[in-house]
Design a protein around this ligand. Structure first.
Ligand code: SF4
Length: 351
């Protein structure tokens, strides 16, 4: 199933919009002022800050300074669900806010900007996806976490990149046929790892899709000792030259575990903040992309993640404007495949 040009156009328009809405860079005095006001308001409003690895360093800093959580989308939602605070400020993209709401329906979920989205989410609209699933009623529907609440509600399983291979192997052992959505590169990777053919939706991440094997290998000539770390949303040729492939958390773990002192990293460069903390003394180099300069498509940084900043974190605390609301019925339905995955992950840890 190939992505329609209308969807591609929609992604480009949203991407352009994201660039227009990026918070301006702040000087040190302004950063200190914003941070101090945010710290006070988080307490006053019984709120907790939860941020994704791909947000800017200044967002991750204030998250840590206030005892919040920086992680991948599922751990963000899980952390939020066990916190005592009744309001969660989710600095990331919209599907992360929705997932937090689905797992904590009683809490108020606020985003610095609810306009922050994801090319995988935009590229998998519920009507088209549902019609596709209806054409294959004998297939189990497995969707990646980077999807809307409506798409999750249509699915049998939600998976993250860290658990996808295990879930697909588990379904194959039960003799199931599988629909995979929306990321085709991650889907290809899972197919290669498991040897299991899946019916694939053709979405992609506009950030990871831009990494190129040729450029990375050229860069490795300059840093011959460097290991190559790759997120599986990257193209097949990039995955093929990786020394380690994994989810955001797994990439950080690989940087700690491996003996190399230098790493070329093919994922959003926002992750360097946590990598440097986890593996001090090691050097992380952003993998080159196919773009050639100042366009978003060459920056290895998600334009929607970059919409989160201290300015809109503060205003979200002041006015609770961008609240994430999910239809009650949808929430109940979407929770089923999400919970299935969480239970499966728990079983894996216990085994
Ligand atoms: S980095 Fe890619 S997958 Fe992640 S939010 Fe941005 S567009 Fe979506």
């Amino acid at each position: 199933m190939s992505m329609t040009s209308t969807l591609q156009q929609r992604i480009m328009i949203q991407e352009h919009f994201a660039h227009e809405q990026m918070p301006r860079e702040l000087d040190q005095a302004e950063i200190a002022q914003y941070k101090s006001r945010i710290k006070a308001l988080l307490k006053e409003r019984d709120a907790c800050l939860i941020s994704h690895y791909y947000t800017d360093a200044v967002v991750q800093e204030i998250t840590e300074e206030t005892g919040g959580c920086i992680s991948d989308s599922l751990e963000m939602a899980r952390f939020g669900s066990v916190r005592p605070e009744q309001t969660l400020i989710v600095a990331g993209v919209k599907f992360m806010g929705e997932t937090a709401k689905i797992l904590s329906p009683e809490k108020r979920i606020i985003m610095p900007t609810i306009e922050a989205t994801c090319s995988l989410d935009i590229g998998c609209p519920i009507d088209e996806f549902s019609a596709f699933c209806d054409q294959h009623p004998d297939h189990v529907v497995v969707v990646y976490a980077n999807t809307s609440a409506a798409v999750k509600a249509r699915a049998d399983w939600v998976v993250t990149s860290s658990i996808a291979v295990d879930v697909v192997n588990h379904l194959e052992a039960q003799g199931k046929k599988i629909i995979w959505a929306p990321d085709r590169h991650l889907g290809n990777y899972v197919q290669k790892q498991t040897g299991i053919e899946m019916l694939m939706w053709h979405g992609s991440c506009i950030v990871h899709e831009e990494f190129q094997a040729k450029g990375i290998l050229e860069m490795q000539k300059m840093f011959p000792e460097a290991a190559i770390l790759v997120h599986p949303e990257s193209p097949e040729a990039v995955i093929a030259i990786a020394d380690a492939v994994g989810s955001t958390t797994q990439i950080i773990e690989a940087a700690v575990r491996m003996d190399n002192r230098q790493f070329i990293v093919a994922t959003d460069r926002g992750i360097f903040y946590k990598m440097q903390q986890a593996a001090p003394g090691k050097e992380f180099i952003a993998a080159p992309t196919s773009g050639s300069g100042a366009t978003c498509r060459s920056c290895a940084h998600c334009p929607w993640m970059a919409m989160n900043g201290l300015q809109n974190i503060l205003s979200s605390l002041e006015n609770f404007r961008d609240e994430v609301l999910v239809d009650q019925q949808l929430m109940v339905k979407a929770r089923i495949p999400l919970q299935r995955m969480l239970d499966f992950a728990k079983g894996m840890k216990g085994s």
